[in-house]
Design a protein around this ligand. Sequence first.
Ligand code: TYD
Ligand code: MG
Length: 449
Amino acid sequence: MSKTKIKYICSNCGYETLKWLGKCPSCNEWNTFSEELVEERKGRRIKKKETVISKLSDISQEEDQRIKTGIDEFDRVLGGGLMPGSVTLLGGDPGIGKSTLVIQAAAKIQNTVLYVTGEESVKQINIRAKRLGLESENLLLLAETDLTIIKDAIKKNDPFVVIIDSIQTVYDPDLDNSPGTITQIRESTAELLQLAKGTNCAIIIIGHVTKDGFIAGPKVLEHIVDTVLQFEGEKNYSYRILRAQKNRFGSTNEIGVFDMRDDGLHEVKNPSEIFIGEREKEISGSIITSSIEGTRPVLLEVQALVTPSHFGNPQRVATGFDYRRLSILLAVLEKRAALRLSSSNVFLNMAGGIKIEEPAIDLAVCCAIASSLKNISASPGFVVVGEVGLGGEVRSVSHIEKRIQEAEKLGFEQIILPKSNLKSVSIKNKIKIHSVENILEAIQLTIGE
Ligand code: TYD
Ligand code: MG
């Protein structure tokens, strides 16, 4: 027996209420509630099973062999390949290249792959595969959105990897809700997870990001799936970055960098070269810094543009950098370096469309802003790293040796780094090292003021 009820479900976190609300009490988002039919089925999920308790020492310690996607950048972000019996959610804006990435991986995987598409026809997929020059004997295509048929196909063909493109199109006919609703997405994902655990196949689920920048129901799905990957990039750049937001089988720090060309996605083995490749050398407001992305150091260009503001409220815009962090650094520069920024517009950009959260690039941001404000270009041979504290002091950063090596490898002559990092630096480096204690010293070194 089942009873159907109308409920309101938050599309961001899955919070359920009986009344429509403007603001979600759980995640504080506005206007996220939508009406859904919720069937209250008794005993649907609770099946009587025999309890199995195992001794920790009796469980095999061998890790299942990972399934390599054959794309190194993809495998590294996954933590070494797909784990059998796991579910990976691949999210990203429409048109960013999710289907392209998975079809390229699917053609390279050495075992049977079932590609389930609800968005394109089998013919369209074939045309794309041909255009990308992909050929595979192991790739099975299925154009289907009905979950029961998909499940049957998985059981019948016993693939190593299943791709669901996309979860928004899949529906469970047992539920009354239409495809794409939170209930459908959540229930279908949960069923796919059970199937993955039962059959030991690896499932990749593609999910579109809603216009607010969320994968529909991200909080709900994040708990269900094993790995959450995000494929991102700016519309105007051809670079795409794959990162892990959650990974049960690996680190969440690694990034994979790709270049989208006419013939598909190409791996970018040395990201530093692309991020600093288009730099205008003698221009104010541009500073090269070194960020650690996972295990790799990546050099990138911090660009600042400071202009006088003629109105009361100066503008502050940060692209690829945390806005609040920028406000803090502006306050530090104003107070500790006596730079007059309160009446200036400040625009900050990480060139190449990359997003950086690491505080180790603070000092480069400060130097770039100072350089633009004074309109003095910094010497192009410099790389600047260091975290900045509220007192204007420069604090130590991690992996200093890797950053130095990368700067040296790409032909930079001088590096500015925190004094407290100096003890962990061996003297073998050819690059000239300047150690600084505060932002004033760094600004002096880069622009001579
Ligand atoms: P797609 O993989 O369909 O995106 P998603 O599945 O994330 O919606 O990629 C679509 C975009 O990528 C489209 O704008 C065209 C572009 N593209 C290329 O530039 N080169 C290619 O080889 C392919 C297949 C797509
Ligand atoms: Mg697609």
